[in-house]
Design a protein around this ligand. Structure first.
Ligand code: GDP
Length: 384
């Protein structure tokens, strides 16, 4: 490991040098504050911060290097654009904000830990979480919590720390109630909303097939996605294959009537048009349908490979519409599962189902927080 020591009058400046020279994956090995006396007596004493850092650490020892562990060389070979070096990208304000946040996080970890010199170890875990696409603020929060209550001996034991880290992640992912269909009386109504192309229709087909074939439930589907002919056709094809009725409705009034006419079903699954989260008019129309449906389950569908900004914008627009659960799709296409944790933490909503492929009805399962945590810690695949 190549260690370099940077000196500056403030910790922020020293960290800025580290970041500039070694990149954002640099691992802080040691920080020291020294007071220096100047020989001429003009300035009696001056603070000097020393930060010793290494360009990066190898994957943490206890965590097997998973298929999705980030490898810049492999990324390059695969033609993926590497993350821009900090000096090339981002504005100065963003840089300063990030450095300030990093300093605060490091200092709070240092304060929280009862173990002297715990920082390098804690930094290792933070790097692993960020590599798995966990939001940096969330990674800081988890590592700060990890640092509390660990003794020096425990901190030195890889297995112990990784297990603790897993349970901290698991605790932040709430598994959702599994939308049990009604056994009699009014049908349970489940609506699926979210941006275009995230997998709403496919998820509905998977659930309809599972409820009908595996649980022998009486299932019906409704679509209000009449903007795209192809979308109706897609659901029609599934409805014929699974042999369940499909209603196509145009207005909130028709939706209410349709649900009423299906009251002897156990479960009614409603597909919606893939509203772009930027399309306010269509979001307003969706609100009308949501009010008319009085759904028991309003599921926001989010694709795991979506960018952090796309997820933030989706949550912003759709959560206020009365969402009470999340479905995370395309876990098989995500390079890391941090997004599942990010969504769970940001939305505070239960994750009801995850989907892991295009196959109907197989590639869907109830979310398993322990497995999500394990995948994040190990950098491994979520296998159903
Ligand atoms: P919608 O616009 O939200 O209804 O999205 P669709 O259900 O039409 O799905 C869009 C595309 O994503 C289709 O090609 C699906 O086969 C695909 N898809 C859906 N779920 C998954 C999944 O879990 N994994 C993968 N790899 N593809 C999926």
């Amino acid at each position: 490991m190549n260690l370099v020591t940077y000196k500056a009058p403030t910790m922020a400046e020293a960290l800025a040098q580290v970041k500039r020279d070694l990149g954002r994956d640099a691992v802080i090995i040691r920080t020291r504050n020294r007071r220096r006396s100047w020989p001429w007596g003009w300035f009696a004493r001056r603070d000097i911060w020393e930060v010793t850092a290494s360009a990066h650490l190898d994957a943490p020892r206890a965590a097997p290097a998973g298929r999705y562990a980030r490898d810049p060389a492999a990324d390059h070979a695969a033609g993926k654009t590497p993350r821009a070096a900090p000096s090339q990208g981002g504005t100065v304000t963003e840089e300063v904000g990030e450095i300030r946040r990093m300093v605060e996080a490091l200092l709070s970890m240092q304060r929280a830990s009862k173990v002297p010199d715990a920082l390098p170890r804690l930094q290792e875990f933070r790097v692993q979480l960020v590599r798995q696409e966990v939001a940096e603020e969330l990674a800081d929060e988890i590592v700060a919590e990890l640092s509390m209550g660990l003794t020096g001996k425990q901190l030195a034991e890889d297995r112990f720390v990784w297990e603790r880290l897993k349970s901290l992640i698991e605790g932040r992912v709430i598994a959702g109630e599994q939308m049990p269909p009604a056994s009699r009386g009014r049908a349970r109504v489940a609506m699926f909303i979210g941006p275009t192309g995230v997998g709403k229709t496919t998820t509905i087909a998977k659930l309809a097939a599972n409820f009908k074939i595996r649980e022998s439930k009486k299932v019906a589907m409704i679509t209000i996605d009449t903007y795209r002919i192809a979308a109706v056709d897609q659901l029609k094809t599934y409805a014929e294959l699974i042999e369940v009725p499909l209603h196509v409705v145009l207005t909130p009034g028709e939706l209410a009537q349709s649900i009423e006419s299906l009251r002897d079903c156990d479960v009614v699954l409603i597909d919606t048009a893939g509203r772009s989260q930027n399309d306010r008019l269509r979001l307003n129309q969706l609100c009308g349908f949501l009010r008319a449906a009085e759904a028991d389950y309003v599921n926001l569908v989010i694709a795991a490979p979506s960018s952090r900004s796309a997820v933030a914008s989706t949550l912003d627009r759709f959560l206020p519409l009365g969402v009470n659960g999340i479905v995370m799709t395309k876990l098989d296409e995500a390079i890391a599962l941090g997004s599942v944790l990010n969504v769970a933490a940001a939305s505070k909503m239960p994750i009801r189902y995850v989907t892991t492929g295009q196959d109907v009805p197989d590639d869907i399962s109830p979310a398993d927080p322990a497995r999500v945590a394990q995948c994040i810690v190990e950098g491994s695949l979520y296998v159903v």
